[in-house]
Write a protein that binds this ligand. Sequence first.
Ligand code: NDP
Length: 335
Amino acid sequence: GKVLVTGANGYIATWLVKDLLEQGFSVRGTVRSLAKGDHLKKIFASYGDKLELVVVEDITKDGAFDEAVKDVDAIQHTASPFHFAIKDPQELILPAVAGTESILRSALKYGTNIKRVVILSSTAAIQDARPDPAVYTEKDWNESAITEVETKGAEAGPINAYMASKTLAEKAAWKWYEQNKAQVKWDMTVLNPPFVFGPILHEIKDVAHLNTSMVLFYTFVLKGDADAETLATQGQCWADVRDVTKGLVLGLLKEQAGGERIILGSGPYMWQDWVNAARKSSSSISAGNTAYKAADTIYPIDINPAKSVELLGMKYRTMDETARDILEDFAKKGW
Ligand code: NDP
């Protein structure tokens, strides 16, 4: 079968393309310019024409994906802005929402072979701003980020804007599916990973161009550029990029994943947990906050990945494994 991957040159998507090719799929990847596909062509050269790249310059345009969806058997929609360099929340929200609606409409019109559409959402669409520690499940929605953006506009800040973009895009997907399910022959699966870390396969000119999640790992863990307070109190939940792409492929293949929203993730972290894990495989990592005790730490945000284990059979990497592989990859890059 042939799978369409949008935003194929991204951090997560490059691993996804690798997984799909390794499992025998043909892949059609969309990129915003042909130059952005050169690196993919190079690293997957051995797959020859099993990897095809097409240019979709503006995903928000109606009909943008009309050609790209023709004769594919499934879609993995990953293209969406994840950065904080914005002045206005709409810079993230518009491409996230309009891009999602656009691909669904094209899939309805021209995706005659499509059996499943997988949407890469995020736990940003799940975890809200609760005052007390909480364990989040697929039943939760991040309404507070939407409210922040609606009431404060640009003052809501880029993190709220990003979280709102993911929440609104996922809501738009489910709403569109609900309204059109009588006409489409495919079903839809949404996967929601938290912060994604792991080795880097995609093209990056230099560390200044690291993607939003990995730049944090580089800065806080490899460079040790964070104060003791930050290391002990700042964190989120995480997943290894290779577990996320495994989940995306299983989300495509498993019958029972159809119509489901599924969290993918290993668990919570504070940055000092990553420092401690990294120090097990590299003595050059600085010790960070030596007073920190993981056992006494209360993680404000936790996730329950039970559904992914049950429906997809997911198993997740440990922090030690992921930290080791990241450091190995950084060393290879000469960082
Ligand atoms: P990257 O920034 O590496 O990749 C983003 C991809 O989306 C790139 O291909 C990029 O294209 C494309 N893209 C961004 N903005 C637009 C736009 N306006 N129009 C068209 N394409 C666009 O990020 P990730 O790999 O980390 O993110 C991929 C997906 O995973 C996103 O949907 C993100 O929300 C989600 N996600 C990421 C997490 C993480 O921690 N990394 C956690 C949870 C979810 P280009 O290179 O041309 O800019």
